[in-house]
Design a protein around this ligand. Sequence first.
Ligand code: NBP
Length: 478
Amino acid sequence: PSANIGVVGLAVMGSNLARNLASREGNTVAVYNRTTAKTDALLEAHPEAGFVHTATVQEFADSLQKPRTAIIMVKAGRPTDAVIDELCEVFEAGDVIVDGGNSLFTDTIRREKAVRETGINFVGCGISGGEEGALKGPSLMPGGSVEGYKTLGPILSTIAAVAEGEPCVTHVGTDGAGHFVKMVHNGIEYADMQLIGEAYDLIRQGTGASPAQIADIFGKWNDGELNSYLIEITAEVLRQTDAETGKALVDVIVDQAGAKGTGAWTVQTALDLGIPVSGIAEAVFARSLSSKPKQRAVTGDLPGPSASAVDDAEAFIEDVRLALFASKIVAYSQGFDLIVQGAEEYDWDIKKGDIAAIWRGGCIIRAQFLNRITDAYADEPDLVALLSAPYFREALTAAQDGWRRVVVAAAQSGIPAPAFSSSLAYYDGLRAERLPAALVQGQRDFFGAHTYKRTDKEGTFHTLWSGDRSEVTAEDTH
Ligand code: NBP
């Protein structure tokens, strides 16, 4: 056998990952794809990679040195199950199968359990960075067994992005931990993108700036604390002119955002675990709303103010920058809350600071600000809420006046800013001394005898609402 690593699935992600692997010193990469024509095409296009061509799963297994290591990059769901089954037929105990696709973490937990029984190691590995990341260096979030990571870790370290001298890869936790963290990464990505979209919309409608001018504003923002890949590419998209019409491309693109499901998974999981990820949820719903042309068509004439120019454009743009930064902090804080709860529920030992560190390079949400998150968890590993850490506390203190002004302006001008406003509501909800949840408990007790606790004494209580309205201790109600 001549290859030390193999890749199964040679669509865009698999091909690029295979080329990335092949470009590293000491690697010989075996490649396999269900449709052999794709394998042929890859070898023809990239003779420099020195790939080992295989046309059957058996040939693929035979070409790999033991313990064999193979990375699967096929469509998530059934195709991934099919490939795992095929590999399990020809692999042996001690070998490592890595699923690099966007699999749902509960599928990964199930697969890891089933594959482990054969003695083969199974690693669900989140990979972020899109096509370019796969080729030049992605952020890698492997789960699975510690044993599997021993073989795999050194290989992944060579292909991962590098941030401040460190490879963007760490053993996230056992079984589905890697795919869980990748899912939350994608949820944060949805929020980040929606927030940037709202910032753009507010500036455009509030100041009349053109897409190209807004590109310049984002370009400037990218030099400061908002520095990130998404801000950078947003400026590029806004600067793009459509060759056919001469208009800004953004004005030619249909305003209906698609989704592949990882944002929805994040919100569904958060609902199951009882973690408020309202900023992420609004971002997912904003895409859903945009893609409802029928509803939009029959509601377009509902009344509302039309956006008017703000008095002081420069001050407004600065407020929007502050609102964006504050809301972004909220999205990350919510995402990390979900990771903490997932770790508790599924018994994963996830180091939050390490997660922020491996997101600093390669992935879509890479941002300078992730260093601050790593620092925050380094200072206080059991930090309860990211937004209570000193750096974020200061940032929110500095941002909040502008943030509020922006949410007010959005409401008054009839510009939808769901992620900005829900993030602010979350912030105010957390800091509130008293919440109307007390009234909700009263309502619940009224119609369902769901009981309540009192602020002034221990115990569980119920008011006899349909009787004499006296209070009894909960034990008495049964
Ligand atoms: P696709 O998700 O489009 O999958 C295409 C590949 O799956 C082809 O190699 C195809 O083989 C193979 N395949 C299918 Br479909 N059904 C199969 C089956 N029953 N048995 C064996 N192979 C099967 O490719 P992609 O866009 O490169 O993404 C690969 C994975 O990476 C996905 O899980 C994706 O979610 C994830 N991911 C993608 C990105 C991104 O930016 N695109 C980023 C991060 C992660 P064929 O050639 O024979 O049809």
